[in-house]
Design a protein around this ligand. Structure first.
Ligand code: 5GP
Ligand code: MG
Length: 176
């Protein structure tokens, strides 16, 4: 599987947009202590770039859920890891790599509602709204993309390609 030279979103385009998202988020949370809750593993790269573009105090923790077993969602969501930090009264921003059917993020939102948070919002780098099976929308979205399977910048196909700096379309098992 060879990555082609023409990514869907180049690293520069992503970096520019992450900066814009960080500016907006920084304004919205100017008077609050923010806790970024990164959804492992896909949001690892986006989340670590985002946190470094945010001024001031930012706490980070992780949550892990799995709903995905290949190019098509399996439908079930399981929680594999929950945050270690106390979440009561915290202003939590859930950080997702991509919204597809919306099942994972909506499952996590429902789970987090049990923690008496100060507030809960959702940021996603990518959104595939044409695939949505519920009413979920993100509070902050990096890019809206067509219904195609993408890898790179933290997103994998069977644990491969996360390390690519740009986002590429995966077509018939090959990175385009
Ligand atoms: P959802 O629950 O919204 O259907 O799926 C969300 C999860 O499925 C994402 O966090 C991601 O792990 C995976 N996923 C959905 N679409 C894609 C895609 O185009 N590429 C990759 N690599 N993962 C995807
Ligand atoms: Mg994911």
């Amino acid at each position: 599987m060879q990555p082609s030279k023409t990514p869907l979103l180049t690293h520069d385009v992503i970096a520019q947009r992450v900066g814009e998202l960080a500016d907006t988020i920084a304004r919205d949370y100017a008077d609050k202590d923010l806790l970024l809750l990164l959804v492992l593993k896909g949001a690892l790269v986006f989340g670590s770039d985002l946190m470094r573009r945010l001024p001031g105090r930012v706490a980070v923790d992780f949550v892990r859920a799995r709903s995905y077993t290949g190019p098509n969602s399996s439908g079930q969501v399981r929680l594999l890891y929950t945050p270690s930090a106390p979440l009561a009264d915290r202003h939590v921003l859930l950080v997702e790599d991509i919204l597809d059917t919306g099942r994972t993020a909506s499952f996590l939102q429902q789970h987090l509602h049990g923690y008496q948070l100060g507030s809960l919002r959702l940021v996603t780098l990518l959104d595939k709204p044409s695939r949505r099976e519920n009413e979920l929308t993100a509070d902050y979205t990096g890019f809206t993309i067509d219904n195609q399977f993408v890898v790179g910048y933290g997103l994998d196909y069977e644990e491969a390609h996360r390390e690519l700096p740009a986002i590429h379309v995966l077509d018939n098992g090959a990175v385009k």
